[in-house]
Design a protein around this ligand. Structure first.
Ligand code: FPP
Length: 246
């Protein structure tokens, strides 16, 4: 039987999928769905703060999203800059610390400056760490970590790679949610999600509200997290772990 844990997940990660379909269903341009997605994201951050979640990581723009039509990509870049100027003061006042995770080199100077400014302004906050993955890909992250470790001359071990990953400042996600009904990881947190509990919601991201988050947390609480051990070991009734050398 699953062991219910009544704590909230420490780290929640989200693939915010379904903005385009939300807009298309309403005969609106796709960017209208992304705008609504920003509102949904603000609501989600507030909900995480209220529930005592310590880390929230969201997938806002993937390395593959450059392949979308030019007007959607430029619309997302403009939306990012606009959202930063609108939302960062509120986030700062709420004790949220922002981190942007991903390859910044391809971003315009204006976008890069906005990210750096938001990170600097919120750097003293501790209530919620909010990682926004932007021009991010899980494969990119593993490759950049491997390059870093190799160039340091240190042996390439799991621990060394882990420390070089772009999310090294937070523990791995406990709960990974994907909205929009697709059952895929889509190059998100490939390294860090090794033991995350997965939850797939049929709700499109703009419709993902507090009740949907609570449902995901409730499902998480029913999961038994074994990290490779047996159920008996996890519940404290089984044999001890085999020593590494045996
Ligand atoms: C996936 O939905 C969503 C994105 C690629 C962008 C996510 C961005 C936000 C929620 C807004 C926050 C981002 C910024 C820039 C501040 P989709 O477009 O793939 O939806 P679909 O599967 O219905 O087409």
């Amino acid at each position: 039987m699953a062991t219910p844990s009544l704590i909230v997940p420490h780290h929640v990660a989200i693939v915010m999928d379904g903005n385009g379909r939300w807009a298309t269903k309403r005969f609106l341009p796709r960017i209208a769905g992304h705008k609504q997605g920003v509102d949904s994201l603000s609501r989600c951050v507030r909900a995480c703060l209220e529930r005592g979640i310590a880390v929230l990581t969201v997938f806002a723009f993937s390395s593959e999203n450059w392949n979308r039509p030019f007007e959607e990509v430029s619309g997302l870049m403009e939306l990012l800059v606009l959202s930063l100027s609108r939302e960062v003061p509120n986030l700062n006042a709420s004790g949220v610390r922002l981190h942007f995770v991903g390859d910044r080199q391809r971003l315009s100077e204006k976008v890069q400056a906005g990210l750096a400014q938001a990170e600097h302004l919120t750097s003293g906050n501790h209530r919620l760490i909010f990682n926004v993955c932007f021009n991010y890909g899980g494969r990119w992250d593993i490759a950049q970590a491997a390059k870093k470790v190799a160039s340091s001359g240190e042996p390439i071990t799991e621990l060394a790679l882990d420390r070089a990953m772009a999310l090294a400042h937070v523990p791995d996600p406990d709960l990974l949610i994907r909205t929009g009904g697709e059952l895929r990881i889509s190059n998100f947190l490939l390294w860090q999600a090794a033991y995350s509990e997965l939850h797939f919601s049929d709700k499109l991201w703009p419709e993902f509200d507090e009740a949907a988050l609570d449902e995901a947390i409730a499902v998480f609480r029913t999961r038994e997290r074994r990290f490779g051990q047996t159920s008996a070991q996890v519940s404290g009734h089984g044999q001890k772990t085999t020593p590494k050398a045996a």
